[in-house]
Ligand binder design. Structure first.
Ligand SMILES: [Cu+2]
Length: 151
């Protein structure tokens, strides 16, 4: 019990901007030469009903929130203006589903890199909080990210 309490305190100290939204297992796909786009993925849990409304990355010219869906046996990707974060429920951004899409990359992303991302979350009172995330770069084609677990 004591160890769990200490872990919770450590998590709060490392995320001082907003204790109410926790992001974990953030990862991004490494790129191959000349590739200018990639996707980033993570798990997000908010203690209140909130909404992910945007993301930023200093390495990308443009960042969008995307949803991937299977329509008529074809994977389609579309931009969405937000992703709901129901209170207490872990929302997983993952390949084949919601993701953060980065365009116009200013440099290649190599496996093992740590890429800074900011995600913007809108609270029930319409205030917006920005959460800094460090995404670990995983090689293209890797079936899953280190630290990501299917339950
Ligand atoms: Cu996309």
């Amino acid at each position: 019990m004591k160890r769990i309490a200490l872990a919770v305190i450590a998590a709060l100290v490392s995320a001082p901007a907003l204790a109410g939204v926790v992001v974990k297992d953030a990862w991004i796909r490494a790129t191959v030469p000349h590739q200018k786009t990639t996707g980033a993925f993570m798990q997000i849990v908010s203690d209140r009903d909130a909404r992910l409304v945007g993301a930023r990355c200093p390495l990308a010219g443009t960042v969008e929130l995307h949803e991937m869906t299977m329509t008529d046996n074809m994977m389609r990707m579309r931009a969405v203006d937000g992703i709901d974060l129901p209170a207490g429920r872990t929302v997983t951004l993952k390949p084949g589903g919601f993701h953060v899409m980065l365009f116009d990359l200013r440099r290649p992303i190599h496996a093992g890199d740590t890429v800074p991302l900011s995600i913007v979350v809108e609270m029930p009172d319409k205030s917006r909080e920005t959460i800094e995330v460090e995404a670990h770069a995983v090689p293209l084609g890797a079936s899953h990210a280190h630290g990501m677990h299917d339950h």
